[in-house]
Design a protein around this ligand. Structure first.
Ligand code: S3P
Length: 171
């Protein structure tokens, strides 16, 4: 593996599950950005949002991406809002291939409806809100990615194999 593979996309599209599958198939290093940020800061994402606000968390994301960019190539599962900063997209483009995972708002809703650890959806756990936020973010997701794979109704292994087929041999 010569470059990073960054998995981006809305909450609940399956970035973490698919990155674990890619790790197995490629015998690659794998980094879950959210988990790494939680480990490094010693507090949950919800706590970070509550105590210091969203911008603080976004700064931690940028910091973590810079660190990942300097490290050896890995499959990286990004937080759903990672592409909202152009700076982050530039860092990812510089050192890797950006792969967008997609799913319909209804699929997302069923995957995340019991989650208590996604502050962005606190008090808004419904299909309409998810659909609205997804539309708002769509230009950022589509503008950042080189490859896009739909995940609706597919097993993680099938999604991972589709990504491997599409990712060029120089990754
Ligand atoms: C966020 C998505 C979350 C996490 C944070 C913010 C977002 O990651 O980074 O709660 O703004 O979409 P997942 O996409 O892994 O849920």
């Amino acid at each position: 593996m010569k470059k990073h593979i960054f998995l981006i996309g809305f909450m609940g599209v399956g970035k973490s599950t698919v990155s674990r599958k890619l790790k197995q198939l490629m015998h690659a290093e794998e980094i879950d950005m959210d988990a790494a940020i939680v480990r490094e800061n010693g507090m949950s994402i919800s706590e970070m949002f509550e105590k210091y606000g969203e911008e603080y968390f976004r700064d931690r994301e940028t910091q973590m991406l810079r660190k990942i960019a300097e490290g050896s190539p890995a499959v990286v599962s990004c937080g759903g809002g990672c592409v909202l900063r152009e700076e982050n997209v530039a860092i990812m483009k510089e050192c890797g291939t950006i792969v967008l995972l997609t799913a319909t708002p209804t699929t997302i809703y069923y995957r995340v409806r019991n989650s208590k650890s996604r502050p962005i959806l606190n008090g808004h756990m419904d299909v309409d809100y998810i659909s609205g936020l997804m539309e708002k973010r769509r230009p950022a997701y589509e503008g950042a990615c080189e490859i896009s794979v739909s995940t609706d109704g597919k097993r993680p292994e099938k999604i991972a194999r589709e990504i491997l087929d599409k990712v060029s041999s120089d990754t």
